[in-house]
Ligand binder design. Structure first.
Ligand code: AKB
Length: 331
């Protein structure tokens, strides 16, 4: 069975000893494959261990180490940390905002209990830990345009509540035990080869596929709902740059980062430049109520000042890369 062969080979491969060994949890979600690719280019193929709880497709198994890791099973996590000599964790496992509302008990287990395991593991084994946070960590009482790093955070989704909890407990572990905890608050992330699944910002990915497939898209948000967004390459690069910073460069442990903000109407206009007969219709659903409580623009001036964060993709460049990647698939 070819994939078994890959797995066993990878277990015994020589890692690059100069570079950290990184475990990515929830790596079959929207961000994991791209991050694994980026980090493998930099640290070496065998230094980056992808993990999740589902069977991976062959191309993932062929690309590098992929293992089963259940973040709700502490012993399983300990075993992996010891066997693979993990130095850092990028903890992606989570239920996103909209899907979390449909199954709150599961979201509590994955997004809160899972995080507790990862945090405790990282502390026990002195691992460096990155946990993504989000615009969803803010709520209706936060200033929305722009939203600064330090302000009122009273989110109204279980996803947001869990992320505020992650930020606070991560910072607590840092102050109390010296854990190297780092977090970036991301906008909605847009990617061409992976899908978000269950978020409030998903329309900004779906629109590209539907424009090419059907020349029309029914958007579940109102035309003028403005949200911060970011192209995946900016997001993944920010994680790598932020994780590589020497600790003394960090003035905070959790930073906002921003690239662009747009509304469905603005994005539809940008899409029409590539698909002139594209039509967008609007049928707001429960995700509208979530989006209405989220930041419209992020103030990321501290990330820019403290560690030189710069985005590279605006709306025009985003559309260009998305259509370049997707057009061949739909033609
Ligand atoms: C979601 O919509 O839930 C995510 C996010 C902004 O955190 N994409």
């Amino acid at each position: 069975v070819p994939h078994r062969k890959f797995h066993e080979d990878f277990l015994h491969k020589q890692k690059n000893p100069e570079k950290p060994t990184v475990l990515i949890t929830g790596s079959l979600g929207q961000l994991g494959q791209g991050l694994a690719k980026l980090l493998r280019e930099r640290y070496g193929r065998y230094n980056v261990i992808m993990s999740d709880i589902i069977k991976a497709p062959d191309h993932i198994l062929e690309a590098g180490p992929y293992i089963y890791a259940d973040i709700l099973d502490f012993k399983n996590l300990q075993e992996i940390t010891v066997n693979y000599r993990i130095d850092s964790i990028v903890h992606f496992s989570a239920l996103l905002s909209a899907i979390g509302e449909q199954n709150v008990p599961l979201a509590m287990r994955v997004n809160i209990e899972g995080l507790h395991n990862i945090l405790e593991l990282s502390n026990q084994y002195r691992l460096k830990l990155f946990v993504p946070s989000t615009i969803g960590a803010f709520g209706p009482d936060s200033p929305r345009n722009p939203t600064p790093d330090l302000t009122i955070q009273r989110p109204r989704t279980i996803y947001g509540v869990a992320k505020v909890h992650a930020e606070l407990i991560g910072e607590y572990y840092n102050q109390r035990f010296g854990l190297d905890f780092r977090s970036l608050r991301f906008p909605g992330i847009i990617s061409s080869d992976t899908h978000p699944g269950g978020g409030t910002t998903d329309y900004a990915v779906a629109i590209f596929h539907e424009a090419l497939r059907a020349r029309q898209y029914e958007c579940y948000l109102e035309p003028d709902t403005m949200l911060p967004m970011m192209y995946i390459d900016d997001c993944l690069r920010s994680i790598m740059e932020f994780m590589e910073l020497p600790e003394d460069r960090l003035k905070m442990r959790t930073y906002n980062i921003q690239a662009m903000s747009f509304t469905p109407r603005i994005l539809a206009e940008a899409v029409k430049k590539y698909v002139p007969d594209f039509e967008m219709s609007y049928k707001p659903d429960s995700r509208q109520a979530i989006a209405d409580t989220w930041p419209m623009k992020f103030d990321d001036s501290r990330a820019r000042a403290d560690w030189n964060w710069r985005h590279e993709y605006d709306v025009d460049r985003l559309c260009q890369v998305m259509f370049d990647a997707l057009m061949p698939k739909y033609n």
